[in-house]
Design a protein around this ligand. Structure first.
Ligand SMILES: Nc1ncnc2c1ncn2[C@@H]1O[C@H](COP(=O)(O)OP(=O)(O)OP(=O)(O)O)[C@@H](O)[C@H]1O
Ligand SMILES: [Mg+2]
Length: 344
């Protein structure tokens, strides 16, 4: 069934390319849990930009909702949704990655089928910006990252601070003994928490300390910044966040912040530039994709939503991955087991 589908689709691709004078052959591919990926070998005369320009025509010919064309280490690839998707779950993936190295978060499964991790102590990670439109799966991604950190690190070595202006994202996390305080909803308390972190960072800087690591999760960073702009007479949230992002890593402080709107009007370029790792889900436009990822042509506006993300950082090519999904209830259960373990 699937085999026949793949062959038909590969034939379609080659026919469309030929009809548009950009011939090429589908030389292989992989079937991921959510995506099918074809490797394309273009004829020497065929330009990459010509193939890229055919994405919509190819989507029509293949009868798929979206089709993304990218350049990778393996050459040109075409990606479109698997008609028989299999879910990627946290509980399914966790046994494969355990034990995780210290201060390392689980993100999900790459379209090549490998687990994707983020090591916070690495300069290419350090701070993580998660961007995507509503329903892209940002909150679920933060929950997966926070839960994996809590499960794999003792509270003596790693603490979590959750800032949550919407008041919904981190309810499951309250079960974790790693929380320095309950998730912070009020803007005034968020400012106070960030101020004391900046002081701690300065103290740690002088003493050369890093432990315990403190990971600050922020759902809707833009909301925090906008709410804050209505107040006056103090160091702004944006300034505090920028300081932490610029100098936090050496002091063992990491920011993992989500935002619906990556636009310059909300997040200054300086703040954005200090997040080395970008996890970008479906965004509304190519312009938002560029702002969120810091690169042109990632095509993040063509992602499928619901945990379909690309990881962009350093000089490496973007990696597309599906977030390992963990529901709120399941997260609570995983973390509740942890609390009983640590008190026994
Ligand atoms: N990794 C995933 N796998 C499967 N389904 C997912 C995944 N992530 C999210 N979803 C689905 O998409 C819905 C929206 O996800 P989520 O709340 O994380 O989005 P969001 O980006 O935080 O949206 P908002 O900006 O509105 O807060 C979830 O309720 C869930 O049903
Ligand atoms: Mg959300």
């Amino acid at each position: 069934m699937l085999r026949q589908y793949l062959e038909t689709q590969a034939d379609q691709v080659e026919a469309v390319l030929l009809a548009h004078h950009a011939p090429g052959r589908v030389t292989g591919g992989t079937v991921g849990p959510r995506l099918i990926r074809f490797a394309l070998d273009p004829a020497p005369s065929t330009r990459f930009t010509a193939v890229r320009g055919l994405a919509e025509d190819l989507a029509v010919a293949l009868k798929v909702s979206s089709l993304r064309i990218d350049r990778t280490d393996q050459g040109i690839i075409l990606e479109f949704p698997n008609p028989e998707p299999r879910p990627v779950t946290f509980t399914g993936l966790w046994p494969e990655v355990e034990p995780l190295p210290p201060a390392t978060a689980l993100l999900g499964l790459t379209d090549a089928g490998a687990p994707l991790l983020a090591r916070l102590s690495s300069p290419e990670v350090a701070h993580v910006l998660v961007a995507g439109t509503t329903g892209s799966g940002k909150t679920a991604l933060l929950r997966t990252m926070a839960t994996s950190l809590a499960l794999a690190n003792a509270p003596e070595t790693l603490r979590l601070l959750c800032l949550d202006p919407k008041g919904r994202a981190f309810r499951a996390l309250t079960a974790a003994p790693h929380l320095t305080r309950p998730p912070v909803v009020e803007i005034a308390e968020a400012i106070e928490a960030l101020q004391s972190l900046v002081r701690l960072m300065e103290m740690r800087d002088q003493k050369g300390e890093q432990q315990p690591r403190i990971v600050v999760f922020i759902d809707e960073m833009a909301d925090l910044i906008i709410q804050d702009e209505r107040r006056n007479g103090h160091v702004s949230v944006e300034t505090l966040l920028t300081r932490l992002a610029q100098r936090g890593r050496e002091a063992g402080i990491h920011l993992i912040a989500a935002t619906q709107r990556p636009s310059a009007a909300v997040l200054s370029g300086v703040l954005r530039a200090n997040f080395p790792l970008r996890l970008v889900g479906k965004v509304v436009s190519a312009e938002d994709a560029r702002l969120a990822s810091g690169r042109a042509q990632t095509d993040a506006h063509l992602l499928n939503g619901r945990g379909d993300f690309i990881a962009v950082g350093g000089s490496a090519l973007p990696i597309r991955f599906q977030v390992a999904y963990l529901g709120e209830r399941e997260a609570q259960e995983e973390l509740a087991a942890l609390k009983t373990k640590s008190t026994n």
